[in-house]
Write a protein that binds this ligand. Structure first.
Ligand SMILES: Nc1ncnc2[nH]cnc12
Length: 569
């Protein structure tokens, strides 16, 4: 946030009584994180900034909105430190929904920006901050899949431009850490460059041993959000890591982790934060950050720590506590007004000094950044679904897959519903290449299912009937991207995703309903796991074991080897 000299002088005039504040929150009990105390004060706001917190009221209050906060509790606006803002929702729709529940600052994954020309991505990161929310980003070191043009996307130019960008706070998340340990000096170089610029490195270290965590700390990793137990969280803390505790649709571990941390005697939460890690839409029905605070309070975490873990601790970790995470002069006016400290869903929210309500405008001209509906000037036929790779993919859960050898005859137009094996293809969204194999464990009765929502943005096709798979593709093509389920030639369910095939422009509430209908339809047809949306996202993600379908081919993750390459169409 760069206020001009003139703006800074105006802020001083407000403090001196020469100009009125825009809003005063009078008689508030607020959480002072430096003293770790609830205190009473009048909070003066001028436009987007807190200019005074203390006992005085302004002498000049002409046109100033004075809000009586007697009996209320005020805390800093919540910060989500680890957002994947493209899980069917988009950054704006997620922020608009979260802000109503008090989360107004977002540290986000740049994965959805990688397909854009660099200049567009950089402008997007700057201009999205013209919305009444605060957006920051991370810079990935790899695509967490195997792109055909990986080196082109992850060029020196891209790294320099992203890491120099004022809204990029960290490198990572470091999903390719096994390669770094095995000698990938390119990634290590960019980790060093991240640190040289005074920015953080976010890990991605599920199941890591004490030795691995030690090595990664020595190589520069500052934070990790992959602890799944209290013990793992404490191990990270004892090794000096900032530790994010996760409550997400695929890993809702927070309640258990907190119980175990408290049982292990943890009393200092200064280097702990909490995240919902890009959950799918319906997971947010009960709240966003407000929900994780509720869980922390229920588990007996002191109120001061529960709120610090979603504001002050995060702001200090990222080095922006001069702007966020405190109710103090100079900070951006992101404030949540609560009925009391035990009810973290605010009754009123200020973001950049504006009241968050239905009237608050937040529109993005996506086209300007080349984020638009997919356009297909090509088609597929049933021949495109014929087998090209012999390594079948067997689902262990929503996101983990292992190789298997299928005994089923692939050369037929339709498979029996007596078993749980389906035709499975990944097709380039530009139509140049494809790869087809078998998928086991997805469902017995899914006939034609197509998704442009995937890690790489390419098209996933799953089903028992090649005819219905082609029909689902055709409908997805008409929509300009999306997820479509077809049965006997009829569309059963669809989610239009018109922002580069991955995000909807509809409000969260609409996308939640669409997701719920789709999940219900898939479960009725035999999908046995928790989260089919994450299955779609991660089929091509090489940060998960053991076998992945990627734009270069079917990959053995542990060996980092392409088993079967894609074929040209
Ligand atoms: N590594 C990841 N990439 C994209 N979305 C995610 N959601 C949770 N983890 C993710």
């Amino acid at each position: 946030m760069n206020w001009t000299k003139q703006q800074l002088r105006t802020h001083i005039q407000v403090i001196q009584g020469e100009k009125p504040p825009t809003i005063v929150l009078q008689n508030a009990s607020y959480l002072n994180h430096v003293l770790r105390k609830w205190m009473n004060a009048n909070i003066w706001i001028y436009k987007d900034r807190i200019v005074y917190v203390g006992s005085k009221m302004p002498q000049n209050d002409e046109g100033c909105e004075i809000v009586d906060c007697e009996g209320k509790s005020i805390v800093p606006g919540y910060i989500e430190p680890h957002v994947h803002p493209f899980q069917l929702y988009n950054p704006q729709t997620f922020a608009s929904y979260a802000a109503k529940r008090g989360t107004t600052t977002f540290v986000s994954d740049n994965l959805m920006l990688l397909p854009l020309p660099n200049e567009k991505a950089l402008t997007f990161m700057k201009e999205i901050n013209e919305l009444p929310f605060s957006f920051y980003w991370w810079c990935r070191y790899d695509s967490q899949t195997k792109l055909q043009n990986e080196d082109e996307v992850f060029s020196d130019k891209m790294f320099n431009q992203f890491l120099d960008h004022p809204y990029v706070l960290q490198g990572g998340e470091l999903t390719n850490w096994p390669q770094v340990l095995k000698g990938d000096d390119k990634t290590l170089h960019w980790m060093q460059e991240t640190k040289r610029r005074g920015k953080k490195v976010e890990g991605h270290l599920p199941g890591a041993s004490e030795r691995t965590l030690t090595k990664m700390a020595v190589l520069g990793v500052d934070c990790d959000h992959e602890a799944m137990t209290g013990e793992e969280a404490v191990m990270r803390m004892s090794l000096g890591y900032t530790t994010s505790l996760r409550y997400s649709s695929i890993r809702p571990d927070l309640p258990k982790i907190l119980e175990e941390m408290l049982a292990l005697g943890v009393t200092n939460f200064d280097r702990v934060m909490m995240t919902t890690d890009g959950s799918t839409p319906t997971f947010y029905e009960d709240g966003v950050t407000d929900e994780v605070i509720r869980i922390a309070l229920e588990k007996g975490v002191p109120t001061e720590d529960a709120y610090a873990m979603v504001s002050y601790n995060i702001a200090r970790h990222y080095g922006f506590d001069h702007l966020y995470g405190m109710v103090a002069p100079g900070r951006i006016a992101n404030l949540n007004i609560l009925d009391n400290p035990m009810t973290p869903t605010p009754t009123a929210v200020l973001s950049k000094g504006l009241w968050v309500n239905d009237e608050l405008e937040a529109n993005v001209d996506w086209d300007r950044y080349d984020i638009k509906p997919y356009q297909f000037d090509w088609s597929i036929t049933e021949e495109d679904l014929s087998q090209t790779a012999r390594a079948g993919i067997d689902m262990v859960n929503s996101v983990i897959t292992k190789p298997y050898r299928s005994e089923v005859d692939f050369g037929v137009p339709e498979l029996s519903t007596e078993h749980d094996e389906c035709f499975f293809s990944l097709i380039d969204h530009k139509g140049n290449w494809r790869i087809s194999t078998m998928l086991k464990g997805f469902a017995n009765n899914v006939s034609g299912f197509v998704s442009s929502y995937s890690n790489s943005g390419d098209l996933i096709l799953i089903g028992k009937s090649k005819k219905d798979m082609v029909a689902a593709f055709n409908r997805m093509k008409e929509l300009g991207g999306g997820i479509v389920l077809v049965e006997d030639g009829e569309v059963v369910c669809e989610i239009p995703l018109t922002l580069n095939g991955g995000c909807s422009t509809q409000p969260m509430e609409v996308v939640m309903e669409q997701q719920a209908s789709l999940v219900k339809a898939l479960k009725e047809r035999g999908y046995p796991f928790v989260d089919p949306i994450y299955s779609l996202l991660f089929f091509s993600s090489t940060h998960l074991p053991y076998i992945r379908i990627t734009p270069t081919g079917i990959v053995d993750v542990l060996k980092n080897e392409v088993l079967f390459p894609v074929v040209m169409r």
